[in-house]
Design a protein around this ligand. Structure first.
Ligand SMILES: Cc1cc2nc3c(=O)[nH]c(=O)nc-3n(C[C@H](O)[C@H](O)[C@H](O)COP(=O)(O)OP(=O)(O)OC[C@H]3O[C@@H](n4cnc5c(N)ncnc54)[C@H](O)[C@@H]3O)c2cc1C
Length: 479
């Protein structure tokens, strides 16, 4: 066998690329992954893991302070150095030996370097030393190159050396003043992190806070950031930026107001890592988000299959859902469908079939780890309405549930269930409150399983848990 030929070649060893390769090997094919930075990708070193580690200590402290008896035992504030050390450990100290040896134990070949498609099913890998080697795929090439932070064209911004989410997640010290451009998930979580660590934070949220969530979620997070001392400027747009000789960043808003900070974080969205991967070979423009068909094969703008169907794209790079768990779900579908096609097996591509990622459109769970946490899945009321569904929205005060009051004094929260009235099933669910993240999976199961409300009535929540909100919502609906 030619040492440079594999059944499947995956470009990018983030969480998605790793999982595609693993699934392929478990299906009996051979796989190689190409990685130019760290095996484990953005999620392990600069995104999910470090940010959640940074948020967790403040959340634990808050939880202790909300329960008498525990509260009295808390005699100090956060130990910032210990928080940063714990983050370092959850980021594996930015070393990937652990994940690289997992690849090897899973029977996956790793090539370090920049991967680029150079012709049909051929990927060129350029190592750090400039050495190049060609890998050939028998069946498929999978692009799992992920995304990077987007920097807008604001005059002076680049020269002011702003932080992206990477610098924020890996920060070794806490700036006295931090300004944040953006109001989405990353901006909100980072504002909570740095405010908790002692920075004086200003958020410039042109489009509001968490604009894609149910409105009450963004409102509650805005309120709580403000209660924590964060300046949240809704509708504020940065017009220009300048870092002075004194190191201070001055952001002039389009309103004329000026905001000063020691560091500036830009968190306004992502751009695909597709600039240097040889997209021109298959007739696509470098730098584009990739569009895929049901089984995640790359298609052109007209929806026509490209590259005779040997090219797939999974994870952030196809822009379907920019979340690790959803990318890994796509990875399982891609790995399995490549194996099925290679073996001439039937393709299960009807909705909810094994080879398609149906949940990407109907049931994406997401947690925003702010205080309070926002946990949501499926459609918001606005999105369901826009999709033409005949819906009924049921709201309940989460703080009024017995389990919530026991969980923490002063527990404040809210729950919303969006019901498709024609099918009598839940299509959307949002929870806002402390520690609600772990409640989310029940809602995901209800939506994916399309469990009729009549049957959901028989799923009795244990007393006294916060999950009793399910019973209260069904009663409010009219059971
Ligand atoms: C601050 C922040 C916090 C987040 N928190 C969460 C969270 O809590 N939960 C969650 O689910 N999601 C979270 N996300 C999103 C999550 O990080 C991404 O959805 C996930 O990392 C996408 O995985 P991926 O494998 O598609 O891409 P990536 O993780 O970006 O991995 C792609 C890999 O491909 C490599 N690569 C790129 N181009 C090439 C090339 N040409 N040749 C070789 N290698 C290449 C890169 O070096 C990288 O290792 C967060 C994102 C950010 C920015």
């Amino acid at each position: 066998m030619d040492a440079n030929t594999y059944d499947v070649i995956v470009i990018g060893a983030g969480p998605v690329g790793e999982n595609v390769a693993d699934r392929v090997v478990q299906g009996g094919l051979s796989a190689a992954v190409v990685e130019r930075e760290l095996v484990g990708g953005e999620c392990s070193y600069w995104a999910c893991m470090p940010t959640k580690a940074l948020l967790r200590s403040a959340a634990a402290l808050r939880a202790a302070r909300q329960v008498p008896g525990a509260r009295e035992a808390v005699t100090g504030g956060l130990d910032v150095a210990a928080v940063l050390r714990r983050r370092d450990s959850f980021s594996s100290h930015w070393e990937d030996d652990g994940q690289a040896s997992w690849l090897s134990s899973a029977g996956i070949a790793l090539y370090r370097g920049q991967g680029r498609i150079s012709s049909d099913k051929v990927v060129e890998v350029t190592g750090e030393d400039g050495a190049m080697r060609s890998l050939t795929a028998r069946h498929a090439v999978v692009i799992a190159t992920g995304s990077a932070a987007l920097l807008p064209d604001i005059p002076g911004l680049r020269a002011a050396t702003p932080w992206s989410s990477r610098e924020a997640a890996a920060a070794t010290s806490v700036p006295a003043r931090l300004a944040v451009i953006g109001g989405g998930v990353v901006a909100s979580e980072m504002a909570a992190v740095f405010s908790g660590l002692g920075s004086s934070v200003t958020v410039l949220a042109r489009d509001g806070v968490l604009p894609l969530a149910e409105p009450f979620a963004g409102e509650r997070v805005t309120e709580s950031l403000r209660e924590a001392g964060v300046r949240v400027l809704l509708g504020a747009e940065a017009g220009s930026v300048q870092r002075g000789g004194d190191g201070v960043v001055r952001i002039t808003l389009t309103s004329g107001e000026q905001v000063e900070a020691d560091e500036l974080l830009v968190a306004i969205g992502r751009t695909p890592n597709t600039r240097e991967i040889g997209l021109d070979i298959v007739g696509l423009a470098p730098g584009a988000w990739l569009t895929v068909d049901d089984t995640l094969r790359v298609v052109g703008d007209d929806g026509e299959l490209l590259a005779d169907g040997w090219l797939y794209a999974a994870g952030d790079v196809n822009r379907r859902v920019l979340l690790t768990h959803q990318g890994k779900y796509q990875a399982r579908a891609v790995g399995d469908v490549i194996v099925a096609r290679a073996k001439g097996e039937a393709i299960e591509d009807s909705p909810w079939g094994r080879h398609v990622a149906t949940a990407d459109e109907r049931a994406v769970p997401q947690v925003v780890f702010t205080e309070p946490e926002i946990a949501s899945v499926g459609l918001t009321a606005a999105a369901a309405g826009a999709a033409g569904l005949r819906i009924r929205v049921v709201d309940y005060d989460l703080g009024a549930v017995a389990g919530s009051a026991l969980h923490a004094d002063g527990f404040a929260g809210h729950a919303r269930m969006v019901v498709d009235e024609d099918r009598k099933v839940v299509v959307g669910f949002t929870l806002v409150g402390p520690d609600v993240a772990e409640l989310l999976h029940a809602a995901t199961i209800a939506i994916v399983g399309e469990v009729p409300l009549d049957r959901l009535w028989h799923a009795v929540p244990a007393f006294p848990t916060i999950s009793e909100v399910w019973l209260r919502l069904l009663e409010a609906y009219g059971r």
